[in-house]
Design a binder for this molecule. Structure first.
Ligand code: VTB
Length: 328
């Protein structure tokens, strides 16, 4: 038997990164200013990432689609010492819900060995199907929705009518929604935030069984890292918005018909994932501020062991503001 000494769990360092972003972004709840919220989260994230002992390169940086402040693809993060890692960041998934004071806005970061994460290039949309551990190995994005729902229901020992399907509330999903209604499953339409939705499929308490539909590609890769660590599954297919994008993809060697399975999206089991709630949601509690501090609620996951930790923290804002250039 091969016995290894326990090694570092980088996710435990990573959680400070998502906590900082959430604490900074939480101030913008309901205040209507997307740019300011994004800037606060990105700056806090960038600063705390520096303290993480790693030689990281951002492979998945959000923002290009929304023209928001961002951590750039190719940006070096961490303190520069080994291990060499790919980094995926989503400083705020659900900026709109945050600035309108709605549910399920989170901050998320994932790490994987260098070269392990899928590089989606400039292609912003991905068709996705994501499930938790019970339905892992039973889904196939190429098959009709009816087949997938039946397979998931069977795996979870329930009827299709008992399933809850999460879908982003977008006109592009009208047909899919009509089809799911015809099949009799229950639907949760979400305004944004399909990273949280993908995670919910792997957390039985949330009552969510499957995520379907077209969402952001960066969000797909981050969700893949989290689900890989949590024992769930996601499959994706790049989605071209128009003929021009399709053409560009072909020239760059991207195949929009290719099914991206777990191993394509993140090819290593050695992944780390952390997320902190910004606004309240069924996955995580949002940031709460008190006269003398603030609380955060986070999820910390390590792929090698599959350990899922829930970390609740109380932060002393006054002390932090003395030490940190970030305004909490
Ligand atoms: C989703 C959602 C994100 O982008 O991926 C979505 O999870 C997809 O793009 O929070 P559209 O909004 O253009 O449909 C976000 O909403 C972030 O932009």
């Amino acid at each position: 038997m091969l016995v290894n000494l326990p090694t570092r769990n980088l996710a435990l360092e990573l959680v400070r990164v998502t906590e900082a972003a959430a604490l900074a972004a939480g101030r913008f709840m309901g205040r209507g200013d997307k740019q300011a919220a994004d800037r606060a989260a990105v700056e806090a994230m960038r600063l705390v990432l520096r303290s993480v002992e790693m030689d990281g390169v951002i492979v998945i940086g959000e923002g290009e689609k929304d023209n928001a402040p961002m951590l750039y693809n190719g940006e070096r993060v961490g303190n520069g010492s080994p291990p060499e890692l790919d980094v995926a960041v989503d400083p705020i998934d659900g900026t709109r819900p945050l600035v309108f004071g709605r549910a399920n806005s989170i901050s998320a970061v994932a790490l994987a060995p260098r070269g392990a994460m899928y590089n989606p290039g400039p292609f912003v949309y991905m068709n996705k199907i994501a499930v938790g551990p019970e339905a892992k190995g039973r889904i196939n994005i190429e098959k009709p929705i009816a087949d997938n729902l039946k397979a998931i229901a069977k795996a979870k020992n329930k009827a299709v009518e008992d399933l809850t399907v999460v879908i982003l509330d977008r006109p592009r999903h009208e047909q899919m929604i009509a089809e799911i209604r015809r099949l009799g499953a229950r639907i949760r339409l979400i305004p944004d935030g399909d990273v949280a939705a993908a995670l919910m499929t792997a957390m039985p308490d949330t009552g969510v069984d499957v995520l379907l539909g077209i969402g952001g590609t960066p969000e797909g890769v981050i969700a893949a890292c989290a689900l890989r660590a949590m024992g769930g599954e996601i499959q994706g297919k790049l989605y071209a918005r128009n003929e021009e994008e399709l053409q560009r993809g072909r020239e760059m060697g991207y195949d929009f018909d290719k099914v991206l399975v777990m191993d394509d999206l993140v090819s290593s089991e050695d992944v780390f994932f952390a997320a902190t709630g910004i606004t309240d949601g069924e996955l995580l509690q949002g940031v709460r501020y008190y006269g003398d501090g603030a609380t955060t609620d986070s999820l910390v996951v390590r792929g090698l062991t599959g350990t899922i930790r829930r970390i609740w923290a109380r932060h002393q804002i006054e002390k932090l503001n003395l030490l940190s250039p970030i305004k909490y």
